[in-house]
Design a protein around this ligand. Structure first.
Ligand code: ATP
Ligand code: MG
Length: 360
């Protein structure tokens, strides 16, 4: 069970929450504007250092306060425990693990895998390729320990190559220097491609279940010609890269195209189909992370009934039953969640920012 307890101080409308969590499924319910999304977002901030609402921490401060904090304890698969703290104070973020400050937010985010499915998650299909690259990278980060270091080195090499292009570096110097960029690009691509291979197989099971009448496929493009050699491609594009002042070809241009019936899902899928595809994508990621990752995951599902009809809610619930991931899902009315209520290990009622456990 990843997240054992959660405490919040001066976070959004929450009235200093102090709750203990359980393994498996927990349901959070309450009226509109009671604080359900705030509670799930507090868990997300604590585990990842980032808000899924997308707001900067300043906007999450409770009105009339100038700092907030979220504290919690996580338990690893091997039963070791760690205390996490996310604090906003003096107009900046403080990330603490066992009372020690963490300098790099990516190191902090690597500790406890957390994913949120929210009413805005369909943006994974609709937004620019960057969101899908981050989706793949999140998956790889949490199953391959060494990927984070390769990814960081790649980002540095890319930034340096771009800086050389801005400075007007001549072709020979740039080509000689680009070796490192090429090697790291190949590694990033290899890790991503391996992950996608596994992902594709597992995704198929869920899309066939959720959308039996449609065929959903994914296609990973690595960011340069599949048959091409990146060295040669960079040499050939030297002039254009110099004019553009940035490196065009490489993993920074990778794309995961998601198709329904051979067409880009963004263009042809209905809103409901997009939601189902999005659920399939996130649940596939949760299943892979759970099987291979070093730490159990936490899955947050905000406002499930507004996202899926009763039949699909039942399918998701069946899947969650077999997924040993800790899941926190929110809804307005428990009646909407009859299917899940019997499965829930804990129920929390949220009213005007107060969160209370309901003894079943
Ligand atoms: N920084 C803030 N400080 C205090 N309250 C805030 C802050 N930001 C938002 N709120 C308020 O907190 C309340 C709870 O918002 P939240 O989004 O958590 O509700 P919810 O229970 O998820 O509602 P819904 O069912 O409509 O999604 C809202 O009234 C919102 O206006
Ligand atoms: Mg909400």
């Amino acid at each position: 069970m990843p997240l054992q307890c959660l405490k919040t101080f001066h976070f959004r409308n929450l009235q200093d929450v102090n709750i203990e969590l359980n393994s498996g499924l927990q349901i959070v319910y309450g009226d509109n504007a009671s604080g359900k999304t705030s509670l799930l977002d507090a868990m997300h901030l604590l585990c990842s250092g980032k808000s899924f609402v997308g707001a900067s921490p300043r906007k999450l401060l409770q009105f009339n306060h100038d700092s907030f904090s979220i504290n919690g304890e996580i338990k690893y698969k091997n039963n070791l425990r760690e205390k996490l703290q996310f604090r906003w104070e003096d107009s900046r973020i403080h990330l603490m693990v066992n009372h020690q400050a963490m300098q790099r937010s990516s190191d902090y985010a690597a500790i406890q895998p957390v994913r949120a499915i929210t009413p805005l998650s369909y943006k994974l299909l609709d937004d620019s390729p960057d969101i899908r690259r981050r989706f793949i990278d999140w998956g790889v980060f949490h199953v391959k320990h060494d990927y984070i270091e390769i990814w960081r080195k790649f980002q540095r090499a890319l930034a340096q190559r771009n800086a050389m292009l801005v400075a007007g570096t001549d072709a020979r110097t740039l080509i000689a220097w680009s070796q490192e960029y090429v090697q790291l690009s190949l590694l990033v691509d290899q890790y991503r491609a391996e992950y996608i291979d596994e992902f594709r197989q597992k995704l198929k099971i869920l899309t066939e279940l959720f959308l039996p009448d449609d065929s959903v496929t994914i296609n990973y493009q690595r960011g340069w010609n599949e048959d091409g050699d990146l060295d040669t491609i960079l040499n050939d594009s030297f002039r254009r890269d110099t004019e553009r002042h940035f490196t065009y070809y490489g993993p920074q241009r990778a794309e995961l195209s998601i198709r329904m019936n051979q067409k880009i899902a963004k263009d042809v899928a209905s809103r409901g189909q997009k939601k189902l595809i999005t659920f399939a994508l996130y649940l596939t990621q949760a299943r892979i992370q759970q099987n291979i990752g070093h730490q159990d995951g936490l899955l947050l599902i905000d406002d499930l009934p507004s996202e899926l009809d009763a039949e699909h809610q039942r399918m998701v619930m069946d899947l969650l039953k077999n997924l040993p991931t800790q899941v926190v899902l929110s809804c307005i009315d428990l009646k909407q969640m009859e299917i899940a209520e019997g499965m829930a290990k804990k129920l929390f009622h949220v009213k005007q920012g107060h969160v209370k456990e309901v003894v079943q």
